[in-house]
Design a protein around this ligand. Structure first.
Ligand SMILES: Nc1ncnc2c1ncn2[C@@H]1O[C@H](COP(=O)(O)OP(=O)(O)OP(=O)(O)O)[C@@H](O)[C@H]1O
Ligand SMILES: [Mg+2]
Length: 203
């Protein structure tokens, strides 16, 4: 049986990386074999593309092509084989992030993104997507305390508000698999929401 594919989404600083390992531990404790991975990245080639995406200036189409090139390698090398083995895959960002950042954030044509998506992972969609929803201002405060900003994190709050709106539209469109997590509260309260959603699916 194909394994489950769970993605973690939200703007920079929303709490994705904070909660992915505890979810992995919870699933391992209930007997699942879990692969934790991230995008852009997850393979040696895709990690090299990640470095470029986060640091090199480029136009919107180049950015979209590189994101999907990295994703192609990641899906082929890691995600699809793991799901075929029956493993659970936890992925820190996936295609929803492309629609939110390159689409809503940068205003890039979502019809082109849809075409690229159909080329790269036609049928493969997440079974569950945690959307960590927090205001751009609160996320920026958390990140400022944590690290030096990359090319995306240097964007202003209006960019992240557009990205959040992009996620909101995705969550409404794909309401079956999206679970909105109120990420404005403390870590334990966020974690309780995530674990409750998992338990609700008996995973
Ligand atoms: N609920 C919370 N309350 C306060 N601080 C938090 C909370 N959740 C996470 N943080 C802190 O906020 C910072 C950003 O969290 P995290 O790295 O998990 O975000 P992220 O969504 O993975 O961001 P990015 O997309 O930039 O990787 C970290 O320093 C983390 O410790
Ligand atoms: Mg992170």
């Amino acid at each position: 049986m194909r394994g489950r594919f769970i993605t973690f989404e939200g703007i920079d600083g929303a709490g994705k990386s904070t909660h992915i390992e505890p979810v992995a531990e919870q699933l391992r404790a209930s007997g699942h074999t879990v692969v934790v991975t991230r995008e852009p990245g997850g393979t040696p080639l895709a990690e090299r593309l990640r470095e470029l995406l986060l640091n090199a200036p480029m136009d919107a189409l180049t950015e979209a092509l590189l994101v999907f090139a990295a994703r192609r390698d990641h899906v082929q090398q890691v995600i699809a084989p793991a799901l075929a083995r029956g493993d659970t895959v936890l992925c820190d960002r996936f295609t929803d992030a492309t629609f939110a950042y390159q689409g809503a954030g940068r205003g890039f044509d979502s019809a082109v993104l849809k075409t690229l998506e159909s080329w790269v992972h036609a049928e493969l969609q997440p079974d569950l997507t945690f959307w960590f929803d927090v205001s751009a201002e609160q996320a920026a405060e958390r990140l400022a305390a944590a690290r030096t900003p990359d090319r995306f994190e240097q964007q202003d709050a209006t960019f992240f508000s557009r990205v959040s709106d992009g996620y909101r539209v995705r969550a409404e469109t794909y309401s079956q698999r999206f679970v909105r997590i109120d990420s404005s509260v403390d870590r334990d309260a966020v974690s309780r929401q995530v674990m409750t959603a998992l338990a609700g699916r008996c995973w």
